[in-house]
Design a protein around this ligand. Sequence first.
Ligand code: FAD
Length: 381
Amino acid sequence: MDYLLTEEQMDLKRVARRIALEKVLPVRAKHDEEGTFPWDMVKVFADAGFFELYIPEEYGGAGAGVLELCLVVEELSRICGGISLAVAATALGTFPILISGNEEQKKRYLPDLSQGKVLAGFGLTEPGAGSDAASISTKAVLNGDHYILNGRKCFITNGSEAKIYTVIASTDPTKGTRGTSAFIIEEGFEGFSYGKIEDKMGIRASATSELVFEDCIVPVENRLDKEGMGFLVAMKTLDKSRPGVAAQALGIAQGAFDLALEYTKERVQFGKPIASFQGIKWMMADMYSAIEASRALIYSVARMIDAGKSNVAQAAGIAKLVASDTAMKVTTDAVQLFGGYGYMRDYPIEKFMRDAKITQIYEGTNQIQREVIARSLLRGA
Ligand SMILES: Cc1cc2nc3c(=O)[nH]c(=O)nc-3n(C[C@H](O)[C@H](O)[C@H](O)COP(=O)(O)OP(=O)(O)OC[C@H]3O[C@@H](n4cnc5c(N)ncnc54)[C@H](O)[C@@H]3O)c2cc1C
């Protein structure tokens, strides 16, 4: 397939592939086993310019877009879907500032984020509000020149490692989603701490933690946009970031496929490489076709977003749904192709299956994606 990438985009993809092979591969198993955050890789990614891609040049960025971010996340995830999240989740935490930050907020936060000096996270989910994100109970009460935040966010990617979090809280509980606002929270704000650090099935090199607000003092100038715009900021953020989750899923699927292809050519049973059996060949053809279909979809949705098209929610949801279901199917089939060895931790293939699962869950589960897609169908959008 030719995806008609520009020379610059192909170069970027090659650089990400090289860094993934030379730098990420040697530390992948260690971070997965120990569940440690890949600070060693953050420096490498920052030097390669991966954090600046989608940030405009006037704030120290490269002025590229979501497609470039997807290319990098895909190539890093092809080796490690957990380590790639240092980049992808920072984008998720930065998008609200890009989407709705004022000039002062952009000048204050984007330069350090674009250089990878600090990482970001995005806090929407709460213990009682997951798929039903509109039911958040974290409250922000205006008190003179600051807000006082109380509540708890859970499962926050980059949590406890990032320095900046964009967080959605309710400023007027009587107005539902129209009564929510978005805030930029810095590590070190009075009343802000980290709660439980999660121990996960997959993406173990990624940090996931609670954010706890106990009479947390947040200056008014750290509110993004007007009061009441929080839910809209969150939804626009997810529209822009879901292709990144899809790219993570795509990379994980491709990485598992690469290993399975190599293995089926080498593994001999009944006197022949197992790749010569029709049952195996057809599996490989189906896996590869699904991967290419996901890639075509993701690149085209990313291009839509970069071209400034509105109403991308359905397209972003389709990309995330198709790519993550593909990743789960392809990685499960790849383990199958390795037979008993696929089930053993000695081989890297089982990690791909563990890492794939999260892509069907976060940034809206795939049931919720189906809801989003069906809703826009019924509206005739
Ligand atoms: C590792 C990890 C990292 C995460 N990172 C972040 C982050 O950085 N920021 C953040 O804000 N959140 C984050 N999340 C939260 C994630 O987005 C939520 O877990 C997800 O949206 C689902 O919410 P829930 O876990 O409460 O499940 P629930 O909403 O309780 O859902 C349980 C099940 O019910 C299904 N379900 C719920 N409602 C419906 C419905 N209407 N129709 C059909 N099925 C339905 C769901 O699909 C799911 O299968 C992360 C989660 C994990 C596990």
